[in-house]
Design a protein around this ligand. Sequence first.
Ligand code: HDD
Length: 724
Amino acid sequence: MAPSKTSKNAAAKPSAKTASAKPKAFGAKGDADALRGSIGQGGETHQRAAGSNSRLTSNQGTVISDNQNSLRQGDRGPSLLEDFILREKITHFDHERIPERIVHARGSGAHGTFQVYQSQGHVTKAAFLQDPKVKTPVFVRFSTVAGGAGSIDTARDVRGFAVKFYTSEGNFDLVGNNIPVFFIQDAMKFPDLVHSVKMEPDRGFPQAASAHDTFWDFVSLMPESMHMLTWVMSDRAIPRSYRMMEGFGVHTFRLIDAKGKASFVKFHWRPLNGSFSLVWDEAVKLGGADYDFHRRDLWEAIDAGNFPEYELAFQVFDEKFADSFDFDVLDATKLIPEELVPLQVVGKMTLNRNPDNFFAETEQVAFHPGHVVPGIDFSNDPLLQGRLFSYLDTQLIRLGGPNFHQIPINQPKCPFRNLQRDGHMQMQVPKGQVNYEPNSLDPEAPRESPTDGFVSHPDPYPVVQSDKVRGRAESFGDHYSQARQFFLSQTKPEQDHIVGAFAFELGKVSRPAIRARMLAHLNIVHKDLGAKVAEALGMEIDPALVRAFAEPKTLKPSPALSLLAKAPQTIKGRKVGVLVTEGSSAALIAAIYKAAMKEGAKVELVGPRVSGVSGDDGAELPIDHALYAAPSVVFDAVIAIPSKDGVAGLLREAAAIDWLRDAFGHLKAIGHNAAAAPLLTKAGIEVDEAVVDIEGGAGLKAFIAAAKQHRLWSREPKVRSPGD
Ligand code: HDD
């Protein structure tokens, strides 16, 4: 970045302090400081000269004269305890980190708006769901679950999909995941589940991975997890992008209309660009190539004005349906197939602004399923009820006290007033004598609003007179039928990936007894699943273990549960990597840019060096990445168009061979010119319908058509077998 005018001027002039004659005002390193100032990195030198607004101060407002040197007794003497500036700065730094979230620690956020398509007044009185003209601000945080705050984005894991709506009636948080069911039915088991999946407590690994003994030990003893496990072993758990995944509220919630009538509802988010996933080998390699793959992708898309959009949809049903449904709608390990209760699309969320500050916003945002507004209410789902306790509690420790709602990202954007007072980090200065209610001293003090305040739904659900119990209804008892339904609803490649994922994860389990228990469960879910995973592991299914469970129902497949079956053909918002060399055709590069831009895709040039590479017209090419820094995993489709002379250099580069070999193995569209032929041969690429010569025949058009298919699934059996 070019230095600002102020900086240049400031650098040219000596600062007030250097000018004031003490030769060693900056200590022994004075020369280095002056140099830093002159090349625009030691901003403070400039700021001293730049007028009062940019003067560096302590947190108490005291203007700081020297931000380079601590106070000491003589140039080489001891530092002095008296240095309140050093102590304040270091103390603040020491406290910069807050406890990371116990789950969902790794996340990325974005601001946006939500607009309802038409009034939903027939089912809910929630104000933000009435007027299509109203834009409700939102903040969204996407996350992985198991890893720490600094862990990789592409781990196999559930993704959090948490949305805070700043409505005119208060904040509504829809704290969901990208999978519509959960591992457990009762919040009582949540700490055990989380302990089992996090790194093992004695050894401190593995980080951000479920492929280890404690997780599979726990879930193999927890039959209610089986449905969720089939989802987590599916491609849903390795999304291509936060922009390309579905979201779900998971639990059954309630909508309440203006007359107090309640309906049950399941919340769904659908990305308008479609849902797409990585393949496992790609996810693993991305872990090395780009730790921040999803975070970067979201940031760059929003930064480029390519705003992610998601439609909100409801599945609304009444208690009669709830009672007739085969499963209990209060059981979070079950879903309601769309074929039974179709989705009603109600509005659209657009993410259009990146956070200004990661910590202040993405880290400090505090979600809570208990943040509801009039018109939305809970159900008796025991998992949800446990969550209603947990989230407020966790913010108290994470954000340090009961005033976290005053942090800007958490503040409602409607007026909020009550008589809660004091506490750590109180930012407000409430006035007056009255901090209690009822009172007769202050007629302006906040009071309750019986007519339009939040009233809990009276819940006539059959809470018949019963004993206190620690137990579960029988209607929560079938743990396998929907797992089987999910497996049978997948296309062949998706089923293969589920088999492969189970084989990989269980292959990492060191205790044979845990693997054997899981194989028995999988055999009950579906015989093919059990048999294929057993084969991949080289194990037999133990019939004694299988007999312990009842045979599940075979439910009608639900095509809506497959991602591939409904994948749109598009490359909107995707990245095409183009491998070029010195002398590559400038005309062809221009044509590629044009064709990709027409489809809303982005082109990035990958060259042998990051600069100083010219095309055949002699003009320097705008290289985005050097080859060694941009393996093909970071692109959705690739093109190799070296010049005749340039290809010789690539043939000696393992990175260039891998670039194409990986793209082929990850089933991507590959475009090339004639000069690239020896490179393709060396990379072991067999020509198929997604390997396209873009100079000849159907050319670029055929390449774009292949890229729009996302991946060439028919190539997969050539490059891997399920269980690999
Ligand atoms: Fe949770 C965070 C989603 C069950 C306790 N959860 C958290 C986040 C998401 C979810 C998206 C991250 C929010 C953010 O970005 O800040 N959690 C879910 C879903 C669940 C679920 C969809 C099941 C349907 N969670 C669940 C249970 C409990 C918790 C049963 C405890 C009884 N969850 C927490 C937590 C977290 C959290 C410990 C950690 C950080 C936070 O809340 O703010 O309280």
